[in-house]
Ligand binder design. Sequence first.
Ligand code: NAD
Length: 244
Amino acid sequence: MRLKGKTALVTAAGQGIGHASVMALAAEGAQVWATDVNEKLLERYAGVANVTAVKLDVLDKAAIGALFAKLPALDVLFNCAGVVHNGTIEQASDDDLAFAFSLNVRAQMWTIQAVLPGMLKAGRGSIINMASVCSSMKGLPNRFVYGTTKAAVLGLTKSVAADYVTKGIRCNAVCPGTVDTPSLGDRINANADPEEARKAFIARQPMGRLAQAEEIAPVVVFLASDESIFATGQFFTVDGGITI
Ligand code: NAD
């Protein structure tokens, strides 16, 4: 039980990497608040030990404030919520960019602002932000809005890490490669030829396959635990070789 006695909150926990992370954190003994905007998806947590499911839309600042005010001080915050837009800079609209900044970046600012008072009081905390290898680490085709906003997540992570390094609060980012999650399935199925689209996603993975969400969750557990106590402001890449 590597996380016994720790409290954690995960955003976008209804499916994909957020869900796999909640299950892994809870299995290690953390008390986990699994949150998502989609209440239907949270039904999967009924009866799961150590997990409390709560609706949270991370685009709603007031809702974030109200929820965090009700919770005990958190040891761990995993900002997993994010959206992927397809397309080049020529195809990007102002609305796409604004929405992606709201969900991928500003929501992380809001949840971190909400969690910090409790962490500062306790003198400890681990903040984990979902980024991607598709960011300032790696340019991928047709990911202009996504790569731009995920690069901002890396800057946000460094900035928070720098400001709170002496206060016991760590802030790191997770940078996955291509993970076989429901939204990736939607992106694949939106293509005229889904089979070819899946092959193209696999082809950009040097390991020759997509990751499972359960293969990203262990990094989240590591960052949540005191095993990573000396690590802050870092980007933890789990990408099947994309950035070799
Ligand atoms: P997903 O995209 O399949 O699911 C996203 C979840 O976010 C859903 O449960 C949805 O209800 C929830 N959500 C959407 N808007 C929300 C909001 N406003 N408030 C709260 N929850 C909201 O899951 P995924 O593919 O595992 O992606 C999760 C994160 O991982 C994202 O930030 C994504 O950018 C990142 N990521 C994914 C991959 C990948 O290949 N799947 C790779 C790198 C990074």
